[in-house]
Write a protein that binds this ligand. Sequence first.
Ligand SMILES: [Zn+2]
Ligand SMILES: [Zn+2]
Length: 206
Amino acid sequence: MKLLRIPVGIYAANCYIMYSETEKEGIVVDPGGDVDDILNLINKKEINIKYILLTHGHGDHIGGLVELKNILKVPVGIHEDDSFMLKDGDKNLSSQMAIGSVELEPDILLKDKDVLEFGEEKAEIIHTPGHTRGGICIKVKDTIITGDTLFAGSIGRTDLPGGDYDTIIRSIKEKLMIYEDYVKIYPGHGLSSTIGNERKGNPFLK
Ligand SMILES: [Zn+2]
Ligand SMILES: [Zn+2]
């Protein structure tokens, strides 16, 4: 499995492309903007995208969603508890952002433990509420995309609608810290880390 990171949009949300090198099938996670950059990479690597997945329903992660879906014509998946945000530019906060209101009807409502396949790879959905109610992490082998749940040295904010501090801490401890130290994490903003580094050094998990 190969992973590409593209920081996109004015909020520098990380868009990720995960793909199978042998079968050239992949997924796009959180297309927050800069659709041309995302498409250039997909075309250069000749990846056949099967799904667009969203770690949660916030505007900075969906700014390029409508444009990308119109071009790729693939299903969009979001956790069932965040789907109401995707349909409403006020609820997903995009209407207050420079990107302008983004609204879309999702194709797939995801749940904890769902598995989506691309090539020979399996993407497992891990429901991690706390930043939003329907926040997810996406695990492929020893790699986890953590959205705005867990960052390198920090955690997602919990002061926005649907956020809750105790819930995000419980999600991280019970759903992510169960993995081995060597498992890599790729957050929704900033650089990557490992489960081990966060277990040792993340001040929110003491
Ligand atoms: Zn967010
Ligand atoms: Zn974000």
